[in-house]
Design a protein around this ligand. Sequence first.
Ligand code: ATP
Length: 346
Amino acid sequence: MAEIQIKGVAKTFGAFTALHSVDMTIADQEFMVLLGASGCGKTTLLRIIAGLETASQGEVWIGGRRIDHLPPRHRGIAMVFQNYAVFPHLTVFENVAFGLRMQKLPETEVKRRVQRTAELMHIDALLGRYSGQLSGGQRQRVAVARALAMEPDVILMDEPLSNLDALLRLEMRAELKGILAESKTTTIYVTHDQVEAMSLADRIAIMHGGRILQAADPIAIYRNPAARFVGAFIGNPPMNFLPAEATPEGWTVAGELFAGPDAPGPLEFAIRPEDLRPAETGLPATVRIVEPLGPHLLVTCDVAGRALRAVLDSDLRLRPGDRIHLAPAADRVRWFDPKTDLAVTP
Ligand code: ATP
């Protein structure tokens, strides 16, 4: 059992608070992705779990054992960090074997594990090379292979695919997902790439300003963002937001009436671009930009002085200046309180 519990973990650097009392439990064998913009505290949290940084406050538990006072090597964790610390004077084979030799595993077992992980990471042809002679992307794969070869209960990865070209990244992403599921490892994976996060994660934790705003499965995060920031951060093109005023009949958005939450106004009305369609009635929109993207059109409109994006059928003949109505799918409308930025449920 390698459940990870983060209890009230905070970190300050002088007067700056990088983490505000973070609480999170990552289940045994779960694949958790920490996602957030640069500087939100992802790496700091990972480094505290790994033992490369001390928390100012709080505790870290793995498998029911408190580990935050233990040195990194006694935490039962394998890590792949951004700078991937591959030893240039060792061959790829010796780099991948490094942790296994520390564990004094028999040579046949070392060979078996190195060969297997090298094949998985597509570096088996490079095993005899010195790591100093490798490209950045190859070194990164050596670092991932070295961590996987340890067959750890817990693996922490900080942007492990960032140096790979787009195609290889796509391939490695799928490989990693398969390998980690098969090996029953509990994984925490840091990225700022939302597509990577969505594709890999059992759950995604969205971080912002040293806090976890929401931790949920990718579809729940996408469909039911707990905060405006989450809705705006996840999804490309991003979610649309429009001001909504309370009236006795319901909520008015760009002059249109909608049923909404029973809450004091004003609120923000939110809808994803793919949840809008042209109709007889709906939000009155003036088409500004039409971008044909193959399977669909990305249409930027003006709605009550705000830019709104809709993903529409590519058969539609739309031109800048056209006046249309965009009807939101009723079950996909979300509401946020502008005072707290939190979701308000109807
Ligand atoms: P990135 O995606 O750019 O790596 P991140 O979300 O991983 O960003 P962190 O590296 O965790 O962000 O940093 C969080 C905040 O803490 C940043 O504002 C950073 O400048 C600050 N910080 C991190 N390490 C230190 C340090 N040793 N001293 C002072 N401030 C630090």
